[in-house]
Design a protein around this ligand. Structure first.
Ligand SMILES: Cc1cc2nc3c(=O)[nH]c(=O)nc-3n(C[C@H](O)[C@H](O)[C@H](O)COP(=O)(O)OP(=O)(O)OC[C@H]3O[C@@H](n4cnc5c(N)ncnc54)[C@H](O)[C@@H]3O)c2cc1C
Length: 467
């Protein structure tokens, strides 16, 4: 029976990138993808990646005019809840691409470097020998197949088909990504009735509604997007009852609607176990600010390529111990910053619209300095910024512009964020001590809760959503 170094489950952005890089390092790689090629990643059409990230991760940037490339634009604004104040984000050009077509190019590139792909092949279970993962079973139109590999990489996205089959004793959390942990995104491709409008002048992100206006490519003026927890109905209800009522938009017609899901959950605490690694959306590596995950996933994947290719070259087993440095290095490179932001953002989105508008006006939290100083997607916070916010917030409370309870939520979020950061600094360098670290981390996250806890109770009741 043929044996592979790496078996990758899922051939979308994370799976294709990892396959390509590992194949380039000389590994024998097989990708199994549940969909037939024509159906891969058809949920939504346009996606974007930062040009700088594409260069960093050696992702091909199609030339202008290439059918896969739709547009290039520069970072857009953060906008206050009533749409009156705009803060400029850091300069960062973004490339808009057709997702399915781009993924097929990524797959072709990986194949040109020797990675093999089987489409219409759905992972069903692991194969174990002496309690250790040694491969997987998958189903195809021709029935169930088996494949042996030194490592199974779960790149299957939200279903996390392999990770969720790990035993409870695994170092890798085997939780399912539930509707509470998902950001349900609805994209309205629109056309403004007034043709003299410059659609790009309206682009920006509204943190308070988790909503945005962005380029849509040929044939449309913009995409109005909205994301929310629990269901698409919840997101659309927020769009219709909060966003469109508070933000004045010129009249438009909706030409097309797309829907898709992205995880909104802290990352798993350990990515690796003996013969296994979780990656991409399956490991919850999306950005806490917006739920995008194509390039943020590659921060971990890049580290994984380095560690795993070295182990393969030295003929060392792909064991939990040997791969542990992927966990530690990821925590330092991105994990700590991402999970620091989650509780803080949860505190910030509980501000009511008047409070957030006041803070935009008075450069409290929503400040030019903060947004323009964002390092990639990380909030580049300094203790002096925080001290300044707290003083300004106190003034806002004295003027009755900010409720004391809202201050409580923001301060609570900040304290929890700092607690997360301090704990993640102590992430163990070997699996020894992990059980204890994990226990404390779980307790912290139980107390922090989820973005879903900040949902509008009136809409939840109307839609019959229970926590
Ligand atoms: C509407 C919307 C817009 C977005 N826009 C952006 C954006 O502009 N930029 C950005 O960076 N991110 C964006 N995201 C997030 C982005 O889509 C994900 O973070 C990214 O696709 C994750 O890639 P992945 O390869 O980890 O998982 P996925 O893209 O989910 O791929 C998983 C693959 O695994 C396959 N699979 C599933 N089950 C099995 C199985 N049993 N066996 C074999 N294969 C299986 C699936 O068919 C799929 O091809 C957006 C998300 C949504 C919903």
């Amino acid at each position: 029976m043929e044996k592979y170094d790496i078996l990758i489950v899922g051939g979308s952005t994370t799976g294709c990138w990892f396959a390509d890089k590992m194949a380039q390092k000389g590994a024998k790689v097989l990708v199994i993808e549940k969909q037939v090629p024509d159906n891969v990643s058809r949920e939504y059409d346009i996606f974007h990646m930062g040009e700088a990230d594409m260069m960093r991760f050696d992702l091909d940037i199609p030339e202008e005019g290439h059918p896969v490339r739709e547009f290039r634009f520069e970072s857009s604004n953060m906008i206050s809840p009533y749409g009156t104040i705009k803060k400029k984000g850091a300069y960062s050009p973004v490339i808009g691409l057709h997702k399915h077509d781009y993924i097929m190019l990524m797959a072709e590139k990986a194949q040109s470097h020797g990675a093999e792909f089987i489409y219409g092949a759905a992972f069903t279970d692991f194969i174990y020998e002496n309690g250790r993962i040694v491969g997987a079973k998958y189903s195809t139109a021709d029935g169930e197949q088996t494949v042996y590999a030194k490592l199974v990489a779960d790149c299957s996205g939200i279903p996390s088909v392999a990770r969720t089959r790990l035993p409870d004793t695994s170092a890798v959390c085997n939780f399912e990504i539930t509707p509470r942990d998902i950001f349900y995104v609805v994209l309205y491709y629109i056309e403004y009735l007034d043709k003299s409008i410059d659609p790009r002048s309206l682009d920006g992100f509204f943190m308070q509604y988790k909503s945005w206006s962005a380029p849509a490519g040929d044939g449309y003026d913009a995409i109005l997007g909205i994301g929310g927890s629990y269901s698409y109905d919840y997101s659309e209800e927020v769009f219709n009852t909060h966003y469109t009522k508070n933000v004045e938009y010129p009249e438009y017609t909706v030409k097309k609607v797309e829907k898709g899901m992205t995880p909104y959950h802290r990352s798993v605490f350990s990515f690796v176990d003996d013969g296994f690694i979780a990656m991409g959306d399956a490991a919850c590596l999306t950005k806490p600010t917006c739920g995008e995950g194509c390039t943020s996933s590659l921060v971990q994947a890049e580290i994984a390529v380095d560690v795993i290719s070295t182990l393969l070259k030295e003929n060392l087993p792909l064991s939990k111990e040997n791969m542990w440095s992927i966990n530690k290095r990821y925590m330092v490179a991105q994990g700590k910053d991402f999970d620091f932001m989650r509780p803080l953002l949860m505190g910030i989105v509980t501000l009511n619209y008047d409070e957030a508008e006041y803070m935009f006006e008075n450069e409290i939290i929503f400040s030019d300095a903060l947004f323009s100083g964002m390092d990639g997607d990380n909030l580049n916070l300094k203790p002096a910024d925080v001290a300044k916010w707290l003083t300004s917030i106190a003034k806002g409370v004295a003027k009755k512009k900010i409720r004391a309870s809202a201050v409580g939520n923001v301060v609570k979020g900040l304290m929890q964020a700092l607690e997360v950061a301090a704990h993640y600094d102590k992430y163990p360098t070997t699996p020894l001590g992990f059980a204890e670290w994990k226990q404390k981390a779980e307790k912290m996250w139980d107390e922090i809760g989820s973005l879903a806890d900040t949902c509008d109770p009136a809409i939840m009741e109307k839609l019959g959503i229970t926590q």
